[in-house]
Design a binder for this molecule. Structure first.
Ligand SMILES: Nc1ncnc2c1ncn2[C@@H]1O[C@H](COP(=O)(O)OP(=O)(O)O)[C@@H](O)[C@H]1O
Ligand SMILES: [Mg+2]
Length: 282
């Protein structure tokens, strides 16, 4: 059984006056195992954020069922336990930072939960070290770069000691350097701390870093597999408005014009290796 189980859920937002409700999730099923790093891809409006909000009971399905660690998200009694286990990080770090000092911001939720001050101190320091922002603990968040702010927001979630973090396009507002910092942090949390990660992104290179990629289209699950498996479906991905990594695309185009290259090329290194092997074989 998965840590998070999404079983045949349907979801629509309430219709506006005189309008038909638009179905956003349609018979969606997805299992996320403890320790996984899952990337969720899909074009704008495909239902990614709506799905993410079902993973920690911000939204509950109109039919079907979501469980977290065996707990039904539709049961209000489970709400606190679920929110403690699954933390959410959103796109805009400015909307997530509430305090005027970094360490106070990371402590905020713990203080609200009534955690004892010495324990708060321990957890805040630990969380700031995990995101590599300990040196900035006494800084003002507004002086930080976007990538640093987003890492502080992640620390605020990590301080709750969740088993899983769901990040909804956490790098969308960042510059390339901020994106790299945040991606490195996410990978470390997964690999070194064993935290389950669900990363919603529209960057193919970010999805390629996950252990598993799922592609959502029109509220349904279209593809599910390792990055290599998923990105080998170049034509399916392009049909639903998604790119593939550049090296994958180049290999695909060369294949189409008669050069026999493997279909599971993810990055430049894969490409060069396969290309050289091909040339040697001639
Ligand atoms: N709060 C809301 N009320 C009504 N419709 C919404 C709301 N949020 C999203 N939608 C609609 O639901 C669909 C899916 O949105 P969303 O889950 O945000 O997709 P994504 O994150 O993949 O861009 C879109 O058509 C969007 O306009
Ligand atoms: Mg979204």
């Amino acid at each position: 059984m998965g840590f998070i189980e999404v079983n045949h859920i349907h979801f629509h937002y309430d219709a506006e006056e005189g309008m038909e409700p638009v179905t956003v999730l349609e018979d969606m099923s997805l299992q996320i195992r403890a320790g996984e790093f899952v990337a969720v891809l899909g074009h704008n409006g495909s239902g990614k954020s709506t799905l993410a909000k079902h993973l920690n009971a911000i939204l509950v399905p109109q039919s079907g069922k979501v469980t977290v660690d065996g707990m039904d998200t539709a049961d209000e009694e489970n709400l606190l336990s679920i929110r403690q286990r699954v933390g959410m990080v959103f796109q805009n770090p400015d909307n997530q930072i509430v305090a005027t000092v970094v360490e106070e911001d990371v402590a905020f939720a713990l203080e609200n939960m009534g955690v004892e001050p010495p324990e708060i101190r321990r957890r805040v320091d630990e969380a700031l070290r995990m995101v590599d922002m300990y040196a900035y603990r006494e800084h003002a968040p507004h002086q930080l770069s976007g990538g640093q702010k987003q890492r502080v927001a992640i620390a605020g979630v990590i301080a709750m000691r969740p088993e899983c973090i769901v990040l909804d396009e956490p790098t969308a507002m960042l510059d390339p350097r901020g994106r790299r910092e945040v991606m490195r942090t996410i990978r470390q949390l997964n690999e070194e701390e064993g935290i389950t990660v669900v990363l919603i992104t529209h960057y193919m290179d970010e999805a390629a870093q996950a252990g598993r990629v799922v592609v959502v289209d029109n509220g349904r699950l279209l593809l599910d597999g390792t990055p290599r498996q998923v990105f080998s479906h170049v034509d399916v991905l392009r049909e639903v408005g998604l790119d593939v990594p550049q090296a994958t695309l180049l290999a695909h185009e060369l294949c189409a014009s008669g050069l026999n290259l493997p279909d599971d090329i993810l990055d430049e290194n894969d490409f060069i290796e396969a290309f050289l092997r091909r040339m040697e074989g001639r």
